[in-house]
Design a protein. Structure first.
Length: 252
C-alpha cells in the first residue's frame, strides 16, 4: 500500500442513542479503488458519508475519534467544509442529474463556487466529458436535457459533474445499483481509468463487483470494520471467520 488518502482513528458515530459505527481504524490508499462490503445496515454508507461529512445533515449525529484527510482532521472545529466537499466528491445510488442541460450540469459547481472564468467553461466541459468517455456521444447534445440520457449516461454525467471541482477523492454509494449488468461493467472499467487521478471509495452489495473492480476491500458487520486488506486476499484467504462466512454466502 502506497500513499494514504484518508485515515480514521478510533472513529465512532451515533444517531441519537444508536451507535452506527464503532471504533473504526482504517487507512484508505491513494489512487486505488477501495470497496466497502457487508450486509444491509452494517454501516457501509454511514462510513462513506463520514469522509465528506454528509452525515452532518442528519439531526442528532455525533462523531468521536479522528478522520484525517491530507493530514488534517476533517472534524476539527476549524475544518473548511466547503473545501472538503470540493475535494471529496460524492456519486449516489441512483443517477441524479439536475433538470438542466448536459453542459449546465457540468458547469453548475464551477458557477456556485466561482472556480473558473466563464471563458474556460467550454474547455472544462469537454475535459470532464472526455474523462468519463461521454464526449463523442454528447458533444452535439450539450444543450439537451440531461434527464433524457440513458441511466448509464446519467451516472457518467454525475461523475463528470464532480470533476471540475478538482477533487482528489470520489465516493460512490452503490453507483451501479440502478444499472444493468453491461452498464455496470462499463462503470467499473471507468473506475479503473479514473483511479489514475483519483482515489475511489465505493459501497457495494455486489461482491462480484468488489472482487472485480477494487484493489482493497473492507468487510463491515454491525457497525464494525471486521477486516480490511487487499481484495485478492480478502476474497481468497480472509483472516476472520465472519468475513469468510459472508463471502461464502453463509449469512447476510
Amino acid at each position: 500500500m502506497g500513499k494514504t488518502s484518508i485515515e480514521t482513528r478510533s472513529l465512532n458515530l451515533f444517531y441519537g442513542d444508536f451507535q452506527a459505527l464503532t471504533d473504526i481504524n482504517l487507512t484508505i490508499p491513494a489512487n486505488e479503488v477501495t470497496a466497502l462490503i457487508g450486509p444491509s445496515g452494517c454501516g457501509k454508507s454511514t462510513l462513506l458519508r463520514v469522509f465528506n461529512r454528509m452525515n452532518d445533515l442528519i439531526a442528532g449525529v455525533r462523531v468521536s475519534g479522528r478522520v484525517l484527510f491530507g493530514g488534517k482532521d476533517i472534524y476539527a472545529s476549524d475544518a473548511d467544509l466547503l473545501r472538503l466537499r470540493e475535494k471529496v466528491g460524492m456519486v449516489f445510488q441512483r443517477p441524479n442529474p439536475f433538470p438542466l442541460s448536459v453542459r449546465e450540469n457540468i458547469v453548475f459547481g464551477l458557477a456556485v463556487h466561482g472556480l473558473a472564468p466563464r471563458q474556460e467553461y467550454d474547455r472544462i466541459v469537454e475535459e470532464s466529458l472526455r474523462s468519463v468517455l461521454l464526449w463523442d456521444d454528447l458533444k452535439d447534445k450539450l444543450h439537451h436535457s440531461a434527464l433524457k440520457l440513458s441511466l448509464e449516461q446519467q451516472q457518467r454525467l454525475c461523475i463528470a459533474r464532480v470533476l471540475p471541482l478538482k477533487p482528489s477523492v470520489l465516493l460512490m454509494d452503490e453507483p451501479c445499483s440502478a444499472l444493468d449488468p453491461i452498464a455496470t461493467l462499463h462503470i467499473e472499467e471507468l473506475m479503473q481509468k479514473l483511479k489514475k487521478e483519483y482515489t475511489i471509495v465505493i459501497v457495494t452489495h455486489n461482491m462480484q463487483q468488489a472482487a472485480r473492480a477494487s484493489d482493497h476491500t473492507g468487510f463491515m458487520y454491525l457497525g464494525k470494520l471486521i477486516e480490511f486488506g487487499a481484495t485478492a486476499r480478502i476474497f481468497t484467504k480472509p483472516g476472520q471467520e465472519l468475513t469468510e462466512n459472508y463471502i461464502s454466502g453463509r449469512f447476510g
